[in-house]
Structures are given as structure tokens and as C-alpha cells.
Ligand binder design. Structure first.
Ligand code: ZN
Ligand code: ZN
Length: 447
């Protein structure tokens, strides 16, 4: 039997287009095929074109992982696994999965998001879709079984992927945190993680995005308290409240709706992306939001609703929309620029219930948006948010629990992953012996 080989295909030189491939004695499984939206935006700005996205174009501009790096593994790939529904993990599936004659496997919510996205982009794939309940196991082949271990993150039904092979376990642990009081879903199964450690984890691929932060990431219930304080105690109740959050953050939406009910404001959710994730959550029977909030997805309907809100009095509503990154085509940006019938007045409030991802053009766009809001006399509440990613002390705990033979940091470039390496060294690992700082397209043999 040949030793296990891991190829860090994408997401190791950047934040985005995550993909890791694992080869077990000639058979492969793929963990995530992500998309880097930023690359597409840059390309569009440079070329001023809106041409159709083909696999070749997207690979050439580094928007999706370069699967040529695992060309010889493609014919014998047994499964494409999706850890969760964020675009940097699933966005490339609809462009690249066709090359693999393998099923796409994920939790029901994640599969619904993938499926809804493909439907809206009119993409049909020949790959079979397999829905795996959280904590269930998928048998990819006689030698490879994948356990989908449920774990909290900033969206629903996120999984750590534990690949059970005759040579031991490979644990793919991207995008998670040890949240003991999540707003939706269960707390982490520490017992199971410890069991994996006893069974023998050959390699741990671990989320290092915030490994430089000397904290344990706070629970989503803390974000809920921050929101509660602003909405119930601090906000002017006779003025407008506009809140932006990530569309996939269903737990956050749930909190906003509950507090809206408490202050007798009707929650109006604006934007197509919200509709997509809420629909998936309801398809997977995880929560029902559409009977407590009004969701409008098309621009004409959004504009009509904003006219109605103006007429009936904005103090009767909480408007939820995207735009927290200052995206120029978001509903919030259009409202701020006065391109809708909504008018901001002095004393109105905008709550940013998200983190500004500190890259261009976000920084410039958000700063511009904030200046315009301040000029109008709008109160801004920033960072009413906690992250869904593990920080240094979560990572330490994960390493202690699972006791891996090898550690491979993921989800970033060198500067982001280096602190995870430093932590590994502190815990007795050694660079290039059992601690590996990998880059896109590199392969490593796990002896
Ligand atoms: Zn991610
Ligand atoms: Zn994520």
C-alpha cells in the first residue's frame, strides 16, 4: 500500500479558492472547491468585460483552484466533499466538478445552497448529489470513509471532514470554532475529537486564518448580546435602523428577527443572496425565518418596499441588507447614494453586524460609505460581530484533542499561516518534519 499523499491545491497562497486533495493508495477525495470572487472583480475591472465564466478563464485568473496540479488523480477520484456553504469552499464546484466522475457530498443545507446556486446560474452537472446528515459517514470506497463531524461556524451544518483510511485518519478542519453556546446547532463534540486522537490522526489540516490572534474566539451568543444591546437599549426607536450582515449567517439573522419582534419593528430582508440561504435553511428544516420576516429578492420589489417603508415610517422596521464590505452594487450602497426611494435622516442608524474584510476595494468602498453616512448625520455601529473562525487558543485545543502526527496550516498565505506554525513549534512539532507550511499546488507524502 502506497503512503497517503496530500495536495494543497488552492487556498494556501491566498484567502479564497480553498481546495485540498487526498490520495489514498491510488484513490482520491477532494475537500472543497472554492472560488475567489476578488479575482473576478479585478478581471472585470481590468478588461471591462462580462464574458461567460468558463473553467479555463477562471483557472487562468486564479479565481478557482488549478486542478491540473492533480491531473493524474482526477480519473480515480471517489468524492468531492464540501465542508460548508461559503463561496471560498463551494464556489468552484459548479465549474470544476464535471471533470471528476465523482459524487458531490455534503450536509443537506450545504447541498441545497450548491444546488440553488447552480439553478440560478443555469448550470447542470452530471455528478450525483449526496446529502449526508451531520455526524454521519459517507463510504467513498472500500478504503476511504468520511465522517462529517458537526462543528460551529458562521453558517449552518459545517463539518470537519475526518477521512478514515487503513493508514489512519486525515482530519480536514477548516472554518470552525469551539463555540459552546451557539445560537443555532449544537456545541462541538469534544469527546469524538478526542476519540479520533486515540484512533490515530496522521495529519490535521487546520484553519489558520486568525492564528495570530491570542484569543479563543467568542461564541455567537456574544454577538447576539452585542446586537441586543444596540437594538434594544441604545438605538433611537423613532428613527430608521438598517443592519448589514453576511447573507449566509442564518443564526445572526435569527437574532435580528427576534430582537425586531421585541421592539415591534417588522424585519425586512433585502437581497437575492439572503433569499438563497434562507431557502436552503428551510429546505433542510433547520429554521423558519420566512414567516417572521419579509424577504424581497428582486430589485423592483425592493424598490417598491422601500417606498412603502418611507410612507409608513421607517421607525416601524428593521431593514436588513448586504453591503457591509461597501460593495458598490449592494442594496445598502444604493440606499446611501440615494439611488432608491429610501432617504436617510439625521439620527438614523446603520449597524454593521459583520467584519470588514481588510482588502481593497473593500477598505476604500466602506470608508466612502461611512463618510457619506456621517455627512447625513447617521449613527454608525461597527463590528457588532464575532468571527466564525478559530483563533490561536481554539487551534491549540484542537491539536491537544486530536494529537495529530502532522500539522498542515490552511486558509491563508504565509503571513497568516506562520503564527499557526509558531504555535505548532511551541507544542513540540518541527518545521518540515511534522509541521508543513504548504503552498498552492504542492504535494506532501504522509509516511
Ligand atoms: Zn473559508
Ligand atoms: Zn466559512
Amino acid at each position: 500500500m502506497k503512503p497517503i499523499e496530500i495536495c494543497t491545491v488552492g487556498g494556501y497562497n491566498e484567502v479564497g479558492r480553498n481546495m485540498t486533495a487526498i490520495n489514498v493508495d491510488g484513490e482520491s477525495v477532494i475537500c472543497d472547491i472554492g472560488f475567489n470572487v476578488q479575482k473576478v472583480v479585478e478581471y472585470q475591472e481590468e478588461c471591462k468585460t462580462q464574458e461567460a465564466y468558463t473553467k479555463e478563464l477562471l483557472m487562468s485568473i486564479d479565481a478557482v483552484p488549478n486542478i491540473n496540479k492533480i491531473k493524474s488523480w482526477i480519473p480515480n477520484t471517489k468524492a468531492i466533499l464540501a465542508s460548508h456553504c461559503h463561496l471560498d469552499h463551494i464556489g468552484g464546484i459548479q465549474y470544476l466538478a464535471r471533470d471528476f466522475k465523482a459524487p458531490i457530498v455534503s450536509t443537506p443545507f450545504t447541498m441545497s445552497v450548491i444546488d440553488n446556486q447552480m439553478r440560478s446560474d443555469a448550470i447542470k452537472l452530471p455528478n450525483k448529489q449526496v446529502r449526508i446528515k451531520p455526524n454521519d459517514t459517507f463510504e467513498a470506497s472500500k478504503n476511504i470513509k468520511i465522517e462529517f463531524i458537526d462543528i460551529p461556524h458562521s453558517t449552518l451544518q459545517t463539518s470537519l471532514l475526518a477521512m478514515h483510511t487503513p493508514q489512519g485518519i486525515i482530519l480536514y478542519a477548516t472554518d470552525w470554532k469551539f463555540d459552546n453556546t451557539p445560537v443555532i446547532g449544537k456545541k462541538p463534540d469534544y469527546k469524538r475529537l478526542k476519540e479520533l486522537g486515540s484512533l490515530g490522526v496522521k495529519a490535521l489540516v487546520i484553519d489558520s486564518l486568525y492564528s495570530k490572534e491570542d484569543i479563543k474566539t467568542p461564541s455567537e451568543s456574544i454577538a447576539r448580546d452585542l446586537l441586543k444591546d444596540v437594538l434594544l437599549e441604545t438605538a433611537n426607536q423613532d428613527s430608521a435602523i438598517v443592519t448589514s450582515c453576511f447573507a449566509s449567517h442564518i443564526a445572526r439573522l435569527k437574532s435580528i428577527i427576534e430582537f425586531g419582534n421585541k421592539i415591534n419593528r417588522k424585519v425586512i430582508i433585502l437581497g437575492r443572496s439572503f433569499g438563497k440561504y434562507i431557502e436552503a435553511a428551510e429546505q433542510a428544516n433547520l429554521t423558519k425565518l420566512s414567516d417572521q420576516a419579509e424577504i424581497l429578492t428582486y430589485r423592483s420589489a425592493i424598490n417598491r418596499k422601500l417606498v412603502e417603508i418611507n410612507k409608513k415610517g421607517p421607525e416601524n422596521y428593521i431593514i436588513v441588507c448586504t453591503g457591509g464590505q461597501g460593495e458598490t452594487n449592494s442594496v445598502l450602497s444604493r440606499m446611501v447614494r440615494g439611488e432608491t426611494k429610501f432617504k436617510f435622516y439625521s439620527g438614523d442608524q446603520v449597524i454593521f453586524s459583520n467584519r470588514l474584510i481588510p482588502v481593497e476595494p473593500n477598505l476604500t468602498n466602506r470608508a466612502g460609505m461611512e463618510t457619506q453616512l456621517k455627512d447625513l448625520g447617521v449613527r454608525i455601529f461597527k463590528d457588532v460581530h464575532v468571527s466564525g473562525h478559530c483563533a490561536k487558543e481554539d487551534i491549540r485545543e484542537m491539536i491537544q484533542l486530536t494529537n495529530p502526527e502532522n500539522i498542515i496550516p490552511c486558509h491563508g498565505f504565509d503571513k497568516l499561516m506562520q503564527p499557526a506554525c509558531n504555535l505548532g513549534i511551541e507544542m513540540g512539532y518541527k518545521m518540515d518534519r511534522d509541521l508543513h507550511l504548504m503552498r498552492n499546488g504542492e504535494k506532501i507524502i504522509i509516511e
